[in-house]
Design a protein around this ligand. Structure first.
Ligand SMILES: *[C@@H]1O[C@H](CO)[C@@H](O)[C@H](O)[C@H]1NC(C)=O
Ligand SMILES: *[C@@H]1O[C@H](CO)[C@@H](O)[C@H](O)[C@H]1NC(C)=O
Ligand SMILES: CC(=O)N[C@H]1CO[C@H](CO)[C@@H](O)[C@@H]1O
Length: 191
């Protein structure tokens, strides 16, 4: 009899514990949704294509120098220079083309021998179903190479739990002013 009571007691206790943890999962319901998606393998793949405008010259630059090392001017790769950007993303290559988002964040020269940037940016989208969603991009960007690639390390909104790749390709570059238009192809996997 005692044994039965103990078993019942343990059973009740364990069901309470299970109940509690379930209750707490449901509090964070979006997390539960992700768990379901993960379990069912409901991943989506989205491909995007747009142009990135990095304007460093003129009266209205979209990227500006915020720091540099004392030795930067002597370095062939301007090593140590850091820029902050709020660059328009547009549907087509013209600056007047329809805006689809902004590329906001940092890039800086991070290689003393070849020209390569560390690129740490949030791409915030403003168009259609992507409005308000972001992708986080972090990686090495050898910007003078015509074709390059960088990892997508996360996202928000429709891009929750994102991972993927961006493939930037220089569309237009003015070596005198430093202004550039870069074509972006993106492949992103998300839930
Ligand atoms: C995007 O969302 C913002 C805020 O929710 C809204 O003001 C804006 O009109 C939206 N833009 C488009 C293109 O839907
Ligand atoms: C490149 O930039 C320089 C300096 O700002 C400017 O004088 C020149 O017209 C630009 N070239 C083109 C093709 O836009
Ligand atoms: C119902 C339930 O289990 N709620 C718990 C959720 O988690 C918080 C803190 O992590 C506890 O304080 C609650 O009792």
């Amino acid at each position: 009899m005692r044994k039965l009571v103990l078993v019942l007691y343990l059973f009740l206790l364990s069901s309470i514990v299970v109940h509690h943890s379930h209750a707490n999962w449901s509090i964070t319901s979006s997390l539960q949704d992700w768990r379901d998606s993960l379990a069912l393998g409901r991943e989506k793949t989205t491909r995007m294509h747009f142009y990135f405008h990095d304007i460093v010259s003129g009266k209205k630059p979209t990227a500006m120098k915020i720091a540099q090392a004392s030795t930067t001017t002597k370095s062939p790769t301007v090593f140590g220079i850091v820029m902050m950007a709020d660059d328009p993303l547009t549907e087509g290559p013209e600056p007047t083309s329809k805006p689809v988002g902004r590329a906001q964040g940092l890039y800086g020269s991070a290689d003393q021998e070849q020209f390569a940037l560390l690129f740490a940016m949030s791409f915030e989208f403003t168009d259609g179903i992507y409005n308000g969603s972001t992708l986080s991009i972090l990686g090495r960007n050898p910007a003078l190479q015509l074709i390059r690639e960088m990892p997508i390390v996360g996202g928000t909104g429709v891009f929750k739990l994102a991972r993927g790749m961006v493939f930037p390709k220089t569309y237009w570059f003015n070596a005198t002013s430093g202004d550039a238009v870069v074509e972006y192809h993106i492949t992103v996997i998300h839930y």
